[in-house]
Design a protein around this ligand. Structure first.
Ligand SMILES: [Zn+2]
Length: 106
């Protein structure tokens, strides 16, 4: 799949899956094959006491841990959708998910 087509297809598929996608783009240079997906931070799920800090910031807070867990679930879902639409493969022997990376907006 051509790069521009691929990023457009992934963005549309993520939207179709109800994922709040901000940007999909390919890396350049030595990371050329990587596809980067930027998602909106799910602030509606954030901890009321600590905002959108994550569990590695507040391991003592259940709501922060739940927020981090929710982000992991969204991250996995986005990867699965992207793998499916691109035909990229996730090799169980590596941790690179078909060279697809998900980032949450700061
Ligand atoms: Zn908290």
């Amino acid at each position: 799949m051509e790069r521009r087509e691929e990023s457009k297809a992934v963005k549309n598929a993520l939207k179709g899956a109800g994922i709040d996608v901000l940007q999909v783009k390919h890396a350049t240079g030595t990371a050329w094959g990587w596809l980067h997906i930027k998602l909106a931070r799910p602030l509606e799920l954030a901890c009321e006491a600590h905002g959108s800090l994550q569990a590695y910031d507040r391991k003592d807070c259940d709501a922060c841990c739940a927020f981090t867990q929710a982000m992991h679930v969204i991250d996995r879902r986005a990867i699965e959708v992207a793998l499916q639409v691109t035909g990229r493969r996730s090799n169980p022997n590596d941790c690179y998910d078909g060279n697809i990376a998900v980032h949450f907006d700061a």
